[in-house]
Design a protein around this ligand. Sequence first.
Ligand code: ADE
Ligand code: ZN
Length: 345
Amino acid sequence: MTLSIQTLSEQLPKAELHMHLEGSLEPELMFALARRNGVDLPYDNEDELRQAYQFGGLQEFLDLYYAGMSVLLTEQDFYDLTWSYLEHCRQDNVTHTEVFFDPQAHLERNVSFDVQFNGIYRALCDGRDRLGISFRLIMSFLRHLSEASAFEALELAMPYLDRIDGVGLDSSEKGHPPEKFERIFKRCRDLGLRITAHAGEEGPPEYVWQAIDGLQIDRIDHGNRALEDAALTALIAERGLTLTVCPLSNYRLCVIDDMKKHPLLTMMDKGLHVTINSDDPAYFGGYVNDNFRAIIENLPIQPEQVYQLARNSFEGSWLDAPDKHRALGKVDEVWQRFQSGSLNA
Ligand code: ADE
Ligand code: ZN
């Protein structure tokens, strides 16, 4: 029996490089935490909340995303959130994950950096020790807030920087160009942190240029609109910058109006190092394997390209060279078994 491309995508080990922990807050956990913490939610039940997940664009999503995280108050809440995501990783053969969290969104609600960090980090360590899932932790700055607010968050993060691997830039893109954050990113680079930024999700190619030239990013989150600029696309390919693409997110946030029009294969044809990620899985209809399924069902993707995507995910990760090499070896093993017909369904 020949195995389906879907089975291949499920069985390949994968890294996830673009996932907001707060965006993995499933309605069931949101209601459970609301009950535990005595927080009132403006919905009667989980189904009603899910019904509200219809977004005309990024801002409509962000409004619900920030409201949803109001239930996250204690260290245990952050632990439970992170742990439930890691269980999805296990199911999807995601063996390495590089997750974002949004400290400023919690600081604004008077939840200390300490509470957030300790809950998240303890769960990530347990995931590594009990589930064998390695990780990197990325603290993301909210671009709708000021540069001063980002500097304050960085100051609070100082005691934890030995356990934080990189910084990102997320939230409302339009009207908040990367250049607004050049100085904070320079400071982060000087501190030895890795740099990534959401760019070209809704914002113009100019924002992607700024992220590359001004922020000096190691990776680009989304990057869809870079395709509108041929010189930019060529530069991204030439530099081998990884793009963390999020198909279901793109569809649910109206970056594309039809999954059949997703630019993933165009990106690959142009030599871009793309990866598949879930962004905010609880809001957009699924985790990594669901994103692969959406692509497989809607685009004429070949098994070799699915294999390439799994390789790209580790190549673009911030794993050390020996771990990267080991992970890529495991990807190759599954691919060889697929080719020889000995991969089991
Ligand atoms: N924060 C969480 N998800 C995001 C996204 N897709 N774009 C920008 N900011 C985000
Ligand atoms: Zn994102």
